[in-house]
Design a protein around this ligand. Structure first.
Ligand code: PEP
Ligand code: CO
Length: 448
C-alpha cells in the first residue's frame, strides 16, 4: 500500500499477529475513542531530535544505550522504582561516555512497555486453560479467569501510568538529579560488589574535577551539564493502542506515534505483509526492527527498503539478537547485504533475547557469560567487516533482583528463587548492568 492511501487504521486490512481477543468489542471501541482524545505523551520535536541523534550513532559519532524492563508492571509505577531505573541508565551512560568520549543517547524501555508477544495464546495449569498473560495493558499475570480475560480499561491504565512515569523522568532529567555538578545524585549509593565499583568512584571524581576545571577556565558555569535527554521506547505490538495515539501535528508532514519516541517491531511480528509492518510504514518516528536467527538477509533488505524507501538517515535501527552461539554465523551475511545495498541503518546489539533458557526447575534465565560473549562478538564482527556497532539494547533494572545467573556476585540457579520479580524475561540487576557497561566501554575503546 502506498503512503497516499496509508492511514493509522490501514493495518486493519492485514493479518495482525499477537493481538488479544477482547470479549466485548464495544467496550474496546469506547476505550479507544477515549484514548484517541487524550493528549500525546511525546512531541514531534523530540521524535525528530532522536532521529538525528540515531543518524549520528550510525556514523559512529554517538552511541545508543537502550534499556529497561522486559515488561513494565502497572504496580511498579512508583517513586523508588522509577528513580532506580533512571539512575542505573544514567550511571551506565557515564561509564560509556567516559570510556568512549562519545555522546550517549539514553532510551528507556519505559513509559509504555506494557504489551508482550507470547509463544502460545493459551496457558494450561493443572487442567485449567486460560488466555496467556500478554502484558499489563492487556490482562494481569495472576492465573484466574478474571485476571486473564483481556480488559480494554487496562489500555487506559497503561497510558496513564506511562504519562505519570514520563512526567517524573522528565522532571528528574531536566534539573538537579541529572546535574553533573551533583555527583552524589548518581553515584553508586549502596555497597556494590561490582568488580569495577572503585573504578566507577574514580571516574565520578574525575568527571566532577574536569567540570570544575573547565568552569574555572571559562569563568562561568557549564549549564548544559545540568540536564540530560532521556527518550522512551516500547514494542508497538498492540496495534489498536498505537493507532489511537497516532496523530498529525501542525506544520509537519505525515503521522507521528505520539505514545513513544522510538517504537520497535518485535521479532515475531516483522513479516513484510503483516499488519505491524503496515502500521510502521506510515509513521514518522525512527523505528527499531528486531533481527534474529530466522531473519533472512535478503528479506531484511526488502523490509528496510519498504519501511525506508528514501534511505533516510536515522530512520532504522536494527536490533540484532542472535544468541552467543549463533551470532558468528548469522550477523556477517546481514552486515554484508546492508553494505552491498548501501542502506543507512544503526546496528544495535541485543545480547538478551537470543540467550534465554529455562533451568531444570523451569525458571527462565540468562547467563551473564553468554550475554557478555554475544556483546564481545558483536563488536568484533562489526569491526572486522568495517561496520559500526552503534548501540546496545538491554533488559535491566536498578533493583537488586536475581534473574540472570553469573556476574560479579556469581549468582547461581538456587539464587534465582530469592528475588525473581520479572513477569516475563529475566533482567540484569544493578551490579550486573554496571559490569556490562564497563564491558561495553572496554569494547568501544578496543574497536575504535
Ligand atoms: C522483547 O524485547 O522483550 C522481545 C520480546 O524481544 P524479541 O521481539 O526480540 O523476541
Ligand atoms: Co524481553
Amino acid at each position: 500500500m502506498s503512503l497516499d492511501t496509508w492511514s493509522p487504521a490501514s493495518w486493519q486490512n492485514k493479518t495482525a499477529k499477537q493481538q488479544p481477543q477482547y470479549p466485548d468489542q464495544e467496550q474496546l471501541q469506547n476505550v479507544l475513542t477515549r484514548l484517541a482524545k487524550l493528549p500525546p505523551l511525546v512531541t514531534s520535536w523530540e521524535i525528530e531530535g532522536l532521529r538525528e541523534q540515531i543518524a549520528e550513532a550510525a556514523d559512529g559519532d554517538a552511541f545508543l544505550l537502550q534499556g529497561g524492563d522486559c515488561s513494565e508492571n502497572l504496580d511498579d509505577c512508583e517513586n523508588d522504582s522509577i528513580v532506580r531505573n533512571l539512575k542505573v541508565m544514567m550511571q551506565m551512560s557515564f561509564v560509556l561516555i567516559y570510556g568512549s568520549l562519545k555522546k550517549v543517547i539514553r532510551v528507556g524501555r519505559v513509559a509504555g512497555q506494557y504489551a508482550k508477544p507470547r509463544s502460545a495464546d493459551m496457558e494450561t495449569r493443572e487442567g485449567v486453560t486460560l488466555p496467556v498473560y500478554r502484558g499489563d495493558n492487556v490482562n494481569r499475570s495472576g492465573f484466574t479467569e478474571t485476571e486473564r480475560v483481556p480488559d480494554p480499561e487496562l489500555l487506559l491504565r497503561g497510558y496513564e501510568r506511562s504519562a505519570l512515569t514520563l512526567n517524573f523522568i522528565r522532571g528528574l532529567s531536566s534539573r538537579g538529579f541529572a546535574d553533573m555538578h551533583h555527583p552524589e545524585n548518581w553515584d553508586l549509593d549502596f555497597a556494590t560488589d561490582s568488580a569495577r565499583s572503585d573504578e566507577y568512584h574514580d571516574m565520578v571524581g574525575s568527571i566532577t574535577n574536569s567540570l570544575k576545571f573547565m568552569e574555572a577556565v571559562l569563568g562561568s558555569a557549564i549549564r548544559q551539564s545540568e540536564s540530560v535527554d532521556f527518550f522512551t521506547s516500547h514494542e508497538a505490538l498492540h496495534l489498536p493502542y498505537e493507532q489511537a495515539q497516532t496523530r498529525r501535528v501542525p506544520r509537519r508532514e505525515g503521522w507521528y506515534n505520539m505514545s513513544t519516541h522510538l517504537p520497535w517491531i518485535g521479532y515475531r511480528t516483522a513479516d513484510i505483509d503483516g499488519a505491524h509492518v503496515e502500521y510502521f510504514k506510515g509513521i514518522q518516528n525512527p523505528l527499531g526492527i528486531k533481527v534474529g536467527p530466522k531473519s533472512d538477509p535478503a528479506g531484511l533488505v526488502d523490509l528496510i527498503k519498504y519501511l525506508n524507501p528514501d534511505n533516510q538517515r536515522g530512520r532504522i535501527t536494527l536490533i540484532h539478537r542472535f544468541g552467543a552461539d549463533e551470532i558468528a554465523s548469522c550477523l556477517p551475511p546481514i552486515i554484508g547485504e546492508i553494505q552491498k545495498n548501501k542502506l543507512n541503518v544503526l546496528f544495535c546489539s541485543d545480547p538478551m533475547h537470543g540467550n534465554t533458557f529455562s533451568t531444570n526447575s523451569g525458571i527462565k534465565t540468562r547467563s551473564f557469560d553468554k550475554i557478555s560473549s554475544e556483546l564481545e562478538q558483536a563488536f568484533k564482527i562489526h569491526y572486522q567487516q568495517g561496520s559500526v556497532l552503534g548501540g546496545v539494547h538491554l533488559e535491566l533494572t536498578g533493583d537488586n533482583v536475581t534473574e540472570c545467573i553469573g556476574g560479579a556476585k556469581n549468582l547461581s540457579e538456587p539464587d534465582l528463587e530469592r528475588a525473581y520479580k520479572s513477569n516475563v524475561d529475566p533482567r540484569l540487576n544493578h551490579d550486573q548492568a554496571m559490569e556490562i557497561a564497563f564491558l561495553i566501554a572496554d569494547q568501544m575503546k578496543n574497536h575504535r
